[in-house]
Design a protein. Structure first.
Length: 140
C-alpha cells in the first residue's frame, strides 16, 4: 500500500514552502504592489478629474463674467456713439434750420420790397388808370 516516507514528506514540505516564498517574492508582492499603485493612480486621476471639473467650472464662470463685461462695455460704447451721432445730427439740423430761417427772412424782406415797389409803381400809374377808366366810361 501507500507508504508514507517522512523524509520525502519533509522534502516536499520544504520545497512547497520555498516555492511559496519564491512566488511571494517574485510574483505576488510585485503583482499586489502593481495593483495597489494602479488603484492609487486611478484614485488620484479621479481626484484630479474632480479638480479639473471644478477648474473648468471656475474658468467657465470667469469667461461668462468677461463676456458679460464685454457686452456691457460694448453697449456703453454703442450708446455713447449713438448719443454722439444724435448730437451731431441735432447740430446739423439746427444749422440747417437757422440757415433756412435766414433764407426765409431774406425772402420775406425781398417780397416786402417787391410789394412796396409794386405799390409805388401802381400809385405812379394810378393817374393813367383813372384817365383810361374815365375815357372808357365816357365812351359808354
Amino acid at each position: 500500500m501507500l507508504d508514507i516516507v517522512p523524509a520525502l514528506l519533509l522534502v516536499t514540505a520544504v520545497v512547497f514552502l520555498v516555492l511559496l516564498v519564491l512566488l511571494n517574492k517574485t510574483l505576488y508582492k510585485p503583482l499586489l504592489g502593481f495593483m495597489d499603485n494602479r488603484e492609487k493612480s486611478i484614485k488620484r486621476d479621479l481626484d484630479n478629474a474632480g479638480k479639473n471639473s471644478d477648474e473648468v467650472l471656475t474658468f467657465k464662470k470667469e469667461a461668462e463674467k468677461i463676456i458679460l463685461e464685454a457686452k456691457t462695455k460694448a453697449n456703453e460704447i454703442k450708446d455713447s456713439a449713438l448719443m454722439a451721432a444724435k448730437d451731431e445730427a441735432l447740430k446739423k439740423l439746427e444749422a440747417k434750420k437757422s440757415e433756412l430761417e435766414s433764407k426765409y427772412s431774406q425772402f420775406l424782406e425781398e417780397l416786402e420790397a417787391q410789394r412796396v415797389e409794386f405799390k409805388t409803381a401802381l400809385q405812379e400809374q394810378m393817374p393813367q388808370f383813372r384817365d383810361s377808366v374815365r375815357a372808357k366810361l365816357d365812351q359808354i
